[in-house]
Design a protein around this ligand. Structure first.
Ligand code: GLN
Length: 234
């Protein structure tokens, strides 16, 4: 199961999710502490951030282990934004290892990452097409289709997760999405944690040992905006 993290608040660098914290995504790629499925996340990584120079987020993703990209530390130090998302991947058996199967998936202003797995025939019923055969790419396409049809981001996540979860009871469907001004995340079968200070950090597992991290219970939808954070049942 992969790991992901996002930030909404005062502008920060991507390094604040990846290289800076003791248990940031770089460390979690080879030594995650709370991962329930898989032991390393070496099948790729990606990150996305927002910049006033572009209407859409900037995205960088690769299908190699995050520790092998020697250009990343400098890039992560200058990628700076009030809304960030990053992910590391442990591919589910049978899924392709390629850039197009790697989070964050993107469409217009939206970025999305998935921790988990879902049956191929279920997820293919939720969207018309996806950029990769990977289950996560299909989930992202399903969310983006609903968002484009006008559903708020949280509602789009909730509908996709509850439908996929009903049709595949073994599915694990932790989704994390953002649009530059808000974050929405689901907890369905894997861990998710929150930390609030001058913004909100949402992460599969705590990025450091500071006090204040709270675990979100299973089957919940987390919505974070500048107005605050709310947690709803799914
Ligand atoms: N099923 C997804 C993939 O193969 C996510 C995997 C995961 O969460 N480990 O990329």
């Amino acid at each position: 199961m992969c790991r992901h993290a996002a930030w909404l608040g005062a502008p920060r660098t991507l390094a604040s999710l990846i290289h800076g914290p003791e248990h940031g995504l770089l460390r979690q790629s080879y030594a995650p502490r709370l991962q329930r499925h898989g032991t390393v996340n070496a099948d790729g990584f990606g990150m996305g951030w927002y910049d006033a120079a572009r209407p859409e987020p900037v995205r960088y993703r690769r299908s190699v282990p995050i520790w092998t990209d020697a250009n990343l530390p400098a890039l992560a130090q200058i990628g700076r934004s009030g809304c960030l998302l990053a992910a590391i991947r442990s591919a589910t058996v049978g899924m392709p290892i390629e850039e197009s199967a790697t989070a964050p998936f993107a469409d217009g202003p939206w970025l999305l990452s998935h921790n988990g797995r879902v049956a191929r025939e279920v997820v293919r019923g939720l969207a018309r097409d996806a950029e990769s055969a990977c289950d996560s790419a299909w989930l992202a396409a399903a969310v983006f289709t609903r968002r484009r049809a006008g559903l708020p981001l949280g509602d789009a996540l909730a509908e996709v997760v509850t439908r996929a979860g009903a049709e595949d009871p073994g599915a694990r469907l932790n989704l994390l999405a953002c649009d530059g001004a808000s974050i929405a995340a689901t907890v369905w079968g894997d861990t998710l944690h929150l930390h609030l200070d001058d913004g909100v950090l949402v992460a599969s597992e705590p990025l450091d040992d500071r006090s204040g991290w709270q675990a979100v219970p299973d089957r919940k939808l987390v919505l974070a905006s500048p107005d605050g954070v709310c947690i709803q049942p799914l």
